[in-house]
Design a binder for this molecule. Sequence first.
Ligand code: G3P
Length: 217
Amino acid sequence: MKFFIDSANIDEIREAASLGILDGVTTNPSLVAKEGKNFRALLDEILAIVDGPVSAEVVATDHEGIVTEARELAAIHRNIVVKVPLIREGLKAVRQLSDEGINTNVTLCFSPTQALLAAKAGATYISPFIGRIDDVGTDGMDLIQQIVTIYQNYGYKTEVLAASIRHPMHVLQAAMIGADVATIPFKIIDQMFKHPLTDIGLQRFLDDWKKNEAKLV
Ligand code: G3P
């Protein structure tokens, strides 16, 4: 399973990259706005830290506008993946971008048939938003299962990128189902390291070692 960090915060991205488990980055307009920085400058910083797919989202909503913005973003760096909303104009653009060899991440996916359309349009990644589905009282993980099944049935190459992850259980369940990628906020990456029995066990080992006055070398 590939791990992306769902963040536009440079400190978080740098810290996650230093852990040696990071494969890429996803941003969105809300995450970028939170940082209060110039989008291009921010992307350059991210691209310098992580050598892997970096999703940058278009804000146009018409076919022409999306294609123009996507080409500009893709020209910045080979690692840029253009994030496109799952709307009719968006998928028209994804077909064109895919034919031009530009990688895309189709975002705001909330149904399996939307995901099927994205795969047919040639999307590189599909981003189903698990947490936002949970928020409205439906199980977001069912969507991941449905998409993985559909893509396996027909051999679509589009990668399933579990997004809107809110806790480590989302990562676990997405991994059990076989999602290709999880994009995870920094706080949740950090939570994944933690287990109270690890802390208790480590403390006991260290105390016993000290009692014995043993030396490693
Ligand atoms: O980046 C897209 C997605 O991960 C957003 O998550 O928490 O805003 O629903 P969230």
